[in-house]
Design a protein around this ligand. Structure first.
Ligand code: ZN
Length: 63
């Protein structure tokens, strides 16, 4: 019997600690907030390239 269950433990994506059901998928409200702030900062730091590359031009080529 090998104890291989540790790999099945779902861990907090922020601090890699075993996550709590109450704060899933995080281990605490703090990590949840950290991840949210990280996600928001990435969104705001990304340049808006989609508007420069309209999908409409690709659809015209298929017609
Ligand atoms: Zn955490």
């Amino acid at each position: 019997m090998t104890q291989n269950t540790s790999s099945k433990i779902l861990r907090c994506p922020v601090c890699k600690s075993p996550r709590q059901h109450e704060f899933r998928p995080f281990c605490s409200a703090r990590c949840k907030q950290i991840d949210l702030n990280r996600w928001l900062s990435e969104v705001y730091s990304f340049p808006v390239e989609e508007e420069q590359n309209p999908i409409e031009s690709q659809e015209e080529g298929l017609k």
